[in-house]
Design a protein around this ligand. Structure first.
Ligand SMILES: Nc1ncnc2c1ncn2[C@@H]1O[C@H](COP(=O)(O)OP(=O)(O)O)[C@@H](O)[C@H]1O
Ligand SMILES: [Mg+2]
Length: 262
């Protein structure tokens, strides 16, 4: 039997913002169905890596395949769900919890037949409604469905944004710091939800600073500091020696390549 296509495959992937390198020469492959934790200091390029995976940042060089295709194609096909780092969001928006989660389905609605797209969105295809309700149940937020999102606590908002990602029923879940700033009960609930998703066969890629939970839950850890510092089992990657190497930054590349503005 041939191996299934990797969830993510990067070959000498580099990215930059306005000529300023942010990620360099990343080569890695992640199998489907695993939970990967991405760990690295602030400014290491972790969020940028997720932006490459969803296709909102274009590689400067190198190649990135998601389930064997381009990020943009997989995003359009609904195979990638993404939960952004929360500090980049605005909350004083008069939108309910339920409608927030429903926005996760907008990409999939493009595939509905035309007549369903012409009636008001929320009444159209019942599968959208069902996915939203199931996702709210999964994160234990169904009782808050009618509340404005801005009224919730930090941990509750994270749960709703996780529900928004779950509602997409995508094969790959990308989560940028889903545990940052959440209360312990929310953290437990988020981790249990992700465990269930992994058991259902989904691929989970999560940026985190939470080492204890990465040790317990992740199959793989990627250490990122502008480049790939290490990749492997949590026990090995989260050892004191590896974390010390991560703090120092990238190992010297074997040859050429690394260009940093003076
Ligand atoms: N949209 C952007 N434009 C310019 N620079 C950016 C942008 N986004 C991130 N950066 C810079 O890229 C570097 C990596 O950022 P980021 O990927 O957010 O790191 P991390 O998520 O690991 O903290 C930082 O120096 C940051 O300032
Ligand atoms: Mg970040």
């Amino acid at each position: 039997m041939t191996d299934p296509v990797p969830a993510l495959q990067a070959h000498r992937l580099s990215a930059a913002y306005h000529q300023q390198p942010v990620l360099e020469e990343i080569t890695l492959s992640l199998p489907q169905g695993q939970w990967t934790a991405i760990v690295g200091p602030n400014g290491a390029g972790k969020s940028s890596l997720l932006n490459l995976v969803i296709g909102s940042l274009a590689p400067l060089r190198g190649d990135l395949r998601i389930l064997g295709q381009s990020p943009a194609a997989q995003r359009r096909a609904g195979n990638i769900a993404y939960m952004a780092q929360q500090e980049h969001m605005e909350w004083d928006f008069p939108i309910s919890v339920r409608d927030t989660v429903l926005t996760g389905r907008y990409g999939l609605m493009r595939h509905d037949p035309l007549w369903q797209r012409l009636v008001p969105r929320r009444w159209a295809n019942p599968s959208h409604r069902q996915a939203v309700e199931a996702a709210l149940e999964a994160v234990d937020m169904a009782d808050y469905a009618a509340r404005p999102i801005g009224e919730l606590s930090g941990g509750q908002k994270k749960r709703v944004m996780l529900a928004r990602a779950l509602a997409q029923q995508a094969r790959i879940l990308l989560l940028d710091e889903p545990l940052a700033g959440v209360d312990p009960p929310s953290e437990k609930l988020i981790l249990a939800t992700l465990e269930r998703e992994r058991r259902a066969g989904r691929t989970i890629i999560m940026v985190t600073h939470d080492m204890p939970s990465a040790r317990v839950h992740a199959d793989n850890v990627l250490l990122i500091n502008r480049t790939l510092v290490g990749m492997g089992a949590p026990d090995e990657m989260l050892s004191d020696a590896m974390l010390a190497r991560l703090a120092v930054g990238a190992p010297e590349p074997a040859r050429g390549g690394a260009r940093v503005a003076a």
